[in-house]
Write a protein that binds this ligand. Structure first.
Ligand code: ADE
Length: 249
């Protein structure tokens, strides 16, 4: 997959050299390119923003600079499905389901806004074109200083779904928010050695070697955790996602 990130702080994306995403890049699974939006400015001060029409606090990013940048970056790609991702607190919420969808694209272009955001005509302009697909995406109901952290989140969440990035694909199956047959439950608690630490023993069932009992205990823990911490996820469960051993929740 090819991913391009455009930002006025390209250094923010340096973390994508590390860990599994860094390895995916070195292995050629992920072709990630980071661009400095200011390379598309035309004035001496390399201006990317201006005051908002209609008044109000803060600055708005100029559509002409973004338009030149995105036309060039989008134009570099080959054929296939391209998604233009615009991180913004007013976007649709990023979920594991939307991450799975983004992971099926051939190409992502992530445009990181700063200040009060990007002039709204930029999203409208590209959404009105035949390609790319445009997705305005929010990490959650809080405000960050810009889209760079969201770009890090999208790239990491998408990259780990690409074939060969996570060593053991089984570990993708039982995770919190999985959208597979396990349903959207939070993950059960996990333990490792030593079997007792700070006066706290590991639950006996995990040492029993009884796979059926371990599976039932984990499922109950996942259900209990989800009921307590994220009742909204329980509401959203399909009846088919519950199994016969699940107690009434
Ligand atoms: N930019 C600023 N706040 C954001 C958020 N919550 N999600 C995505 N992008 C953002």
């Amino acid at each position: 997959m090819r991913v391009d990130v455009v930002s006025i702080f390209p250094g923010y994306l340096d973390a994508l050299d590390l860990s599994l995403v860094g390895k995916a890049r070195r292995d050629g699974v992920l072709d990630l390119r980071v661009h400095d939006l200011r390379d598309w400015t035309t004035d001496r001060h390399r201006t990317v923003d201006d005051t908002p029409f209609g008044g109000g606090a803060g600055m708005v990013m100029r559509p002409d600079v973004w338009g030149r940048a995105l036309d060039d970056v989008l134009g570099e790609g080959g054929s296939g499905r391209t998604v233009l991702v615009l991180p913004t607190p007013s976007g649709e919420r990023l979920t594991q389901r939307s991450v799975e969808d983004l992971a099926t694209a051939d190409r992502l272009v992530i445009a990181c806004g700063r200040y009060e955001g990007i002039d709204a005509r930029v999203a409208d302009h590209y959404a009105g074109a035949e390609a790319p697909e445009v997705r305005e995406i929010s990490l959650g109901d809080y405000v960050l200083n810009g889209g760079e952290v969201a770009a890090l989140v999208v790239v990491e969440a998408v990259a780990r779904l690409l074939p060969g990035v996570v060593g053991n694909p089984e570990s993708l199956v039982e995770e919190s928010h999985g959208t597979g047959s396990k349903g959207g439950l939070l993950e059960y608690p996990v333990y490792t050695k030593p079997a007792e630490w700070a006066g706290r023993p590991v639950p006996d069932v995990l040492l029993s070697g009884h796979h059926g009992k371990v599976a039932r205990w984990r499922r109950d823990q996942a259900l209990e955790r989800t009921v307590r911490r994220r009742p909204d996820l329980i509401e959203a469960l399909e009846p088919a996602e519950l199994d016969r051993g699940d107690r009434a929740v």
